[in-house]
Design a protein around this ligand. Structure first.
Ligand code: SAM
Ligand code: SF4
Length: 346
């Protein structure tokens, strides 16, 4: 893995051709969509890298109302996205949990149970995961951020709310509730070496993840981690490492879903398409109402902050065709890694 993370020239091409061939043979040369709804940037946490962390007073806070959330889901449904993701800053209070449950039920009703629902709502109590799964959500994404406990502790405040062991436990709780499990890491963090990244890949394999979202770390000036900006790899190198991580993971875990994340596009306008070309198979177009998108600013240069969702859909279809792939509309697009497991267990 360490060798592959550093290959250049012909060997690099071979790595990418291999990972693409595996994706094409096992999953088809196709991409699944998840319309991304950024529900709220209110967050109880203070992750040292994130622009919407609780202590960032320069960030205006918002929360979509039920009508707005359902409108977003309707847009995804009518445009044949097949699936949505509800993402948010982390809150664990009863009101938040009840609201999400109501959204899930309403979206299921509106779409006659046809829209798949992924959640990315941070760490919760096992009861909350169960409630949301029973309401109809079926995939959950919670990144481990770094599988190295020491790095994790350096990029988070030192308190119970940001505890590495709790994060790991949350992954197990999510799976136990019945969800397809998604996790992932940031690439190019301060203190992170190639050895750490190789360990991250082994972690993903060990935890037997069904879907992965990993992307480059991008600094945000209103965060404590910004003080390390001069020690980071150049952005282009973080991008290159992300491509190699995706390709190696595709070879290691052939039938999982791997997302081409938005952070790739923040570094290179064609970043997501390039990831699709080498083995990723999921894209998450942002369908949050335009006026709120500027406020969900996790990092600098976050793309698509001005566009209306419709414009994004059209340009995306053309972009995916341009790289010789196609969008598979009206599909949940579950990873065979999960569905095969379920069939075996049953
Ligand atoms: N609050 C939930 C959580 O933390 O799991 C979900 C939303 S959070 C904004 C989603 C992801 O954004 C995080 O898991 C993290 O990896 C990513 N993120 C936050 N700040 C970032 C940054 N500066 N660069 C790249 N990714 C970042
Ligand atoms: Fe909150 Fe998630 Fe950002 Fe951490 S990464 S501050 S939990 S939104």
């Amino acid at each position: 893995m360490l060798y592959l993370l550093q290959v250049q020239g012909e060997e690099r091409s071979l790595l990418f051709e291999t990972s693409k061939a595996i994706r094409d043979n096992l999953l088809g040369n196709q991409v699944f969509l998840r319309g991304l709804i950024e529900y709220s940037n209110v967050c109880q946490k203070d992750c040292l890298y994130c622009g919407i962390r609780k202590s960032n007073n320069n960030q205006q806070r918002y929360m979509l109302n039920k009508k707005e959330v359902i409108e977003c889901a309707k847009f995804a449904y009518e445009n044949k996205y097949g699936s949505i993701v509800i993402q948010s800053g982390e809150r664990q209070d009863a009101l938040f949990i009840a609201k999400i449950t109501a959204f899930i039920k309403e979206i299921k009703k509106m779409s006659k149970s046809e829209l798949g629902i992924t959640l990315s709502l941070g760490e919760q109590k096992p009861e909350a995961y169960r409630e949301w799964f029973e309401a109809g959500a079926h995939r959950y994404l919670l990144r481990i951020e770094s599988s190295n406990a020491e790095i994790y502790s350096k990029i988070h405040p030192q308190n119970q709310l940001h505890d590495f062991e709790k994060r790991i436990q949350a992954l197990h709780d999510i799976r136990k509730a019945g969800f397809q499990l998604g996790t992932g890491v940031m690439i190019g963090l301060p203190f992170q070496t190639l050895e750490h990244l190789a360990d991250d890949l082994l972690f993903l394999q060990r935890i037997d993840v069904d879907m992965v979202g990993m992307g480059p770390y991008i600094e945000h000036k209103d965060t404590p981690l910004y003080s390390y900006k001069d020690q980071l790899l150049p952005r282009k190198e973080r991008l290159e490492l992300t491509f190699k991580m995706i390709a190696i993971l595709r070879i290691m875990m052939k039938n999982i879903n791997i997302a081409a994340t938005t952070a790739l596009q923040a570094i290179d306008p064609m970043g997501r398409e390039k990831a699709i070309k080498i083995g990723a198979n999921v894209i998450m177009p942002n369908i949050t109402p335009g006026s709120f998108r500027k406020s969900y600013k996790l990092y600098e240069d976050k793309p698509c902050t001005d566009e209306a969702p419709g414009e994004c859909t059209e340009c995306l279809d053309a972009r995916i065709q341009m790289i010789g792939s196609k969008i598979s509309y009206n599909q949940w697009g579950d990873a065979p890694h999960f569905t095969n497991k379920t069939i075996t267990l049953n």
